[in-house]
Design a protein around this ligand. Structure first.
Ligand SMILES: [Zn+2]
Length: 249
């Protein structure tokens, strides 16, 4: 039994100071500890206690840019920060765009044994936006989220074929980067009074809107599980849509 005391507990209805008792892999009490005979007591003063956080958008930069981050440093820092599961983006060098590259990343991540690391694969080969990535071999390797994160697929016809294909793979998710670079090129911050005041090149909201609108039209027609976001300095907030029982939400 483990008794964690003096921490701030994140609960659905707010934050409270409470003692958390864990037996085996189950939280058996939040509040006062039912008993602590033989328990390992952890003093969590100054720390948060909550369910494991999940980050669906991380860059561990391995292979290709490991001076920034690698799978081990990323997985260990995730675990240290309370993140028990993360999803790595495929824009490594080379990108994760086929089964062998996915298997390498998944195998290396699992061997670390810190946070659970899942691997997203690219939508297009080499993330170049020209031809489909090898979805079948990545899917067989265990990949379920596909994105060219950092770039949207510029060719609507290609994206339509990609969505149609991935709609046929159970559990597969199309995650599109929402940015038309012809509208946002050179942008440094949201376009508005602050960009004008400081003389900086603005990112117009339309740079995100036009891609989201295009992608929603394609997603309605092809019905994959679809989500849209951007990790750039977002012109607007992150948006997300999924097919539900009442249609698109
Ligand atoms: Zn990103």
């Amino acid at each position: 039994m483990i008794v964690i005391e003096n921490g701030r507990v994140l609960r659905a209805n707010g934050v409270e100071e409470a003692t958390v008792t864990v037996e085996g892999d189950t939280v058996t009490a939040v509040g006062s500890a039912p008993g602590r005979n033989g328990a390992r007591v952890i003093d969590a003063r100054g720390a948060w206690i909550g369910p494991g956080f999940v980050d669906l958008h991380v860059h561990f930069r391995e292979p290709g840019q490991t001076w920034k981050e690698d799978l081990e440093s990323g997985a260990r820092s995730a675990a240290a920060g309370g993140f028990t599961a993360v999803l790595t983006m495929p824009n490594t060098d080379p990108p994760v765009d086929d089964g062998p590259s996915a298997l390498r990343a998944i195998g290396a991540a699992r061997a670390i044994g810190a946070a659970r690391v899942e691997v997203a694969g690219a939508l297009t080969r080499d993330r170049a936006g020209v031809e489909m990535a090898d979805f079948d071999s990545m899917y067989d390797a265990g990949v379920r989220v596909f994105t060219d994160d950092g770039d949207s697929v510029p060719d609507a016809g290609l994206l339509r074929r990609i969505m149609t294909y991935l709609a046929g793979l159970p559990g597969a998710v199309v995650a599109e980067h929402a940015e038309d670079v012809r509208l946002t090129e050179g942008g440094q911050l949201h376009e508005g009074s602050m960009s004008a005041l400081h003389g900086l090149v603005g990112l117009p909201g339309a740079g995100e809107d036009v891609i989201v609108a295009r992608d929603l039209a394609l997603a309605r027609a092809t019905e994959p599980v679809f989500t849209s976001s951007t990790c750039q300095p977002a012109p607007r907030s992150t948006s997300s849509v999924t097919p539900g029982p009442q249609g698109w939400q």
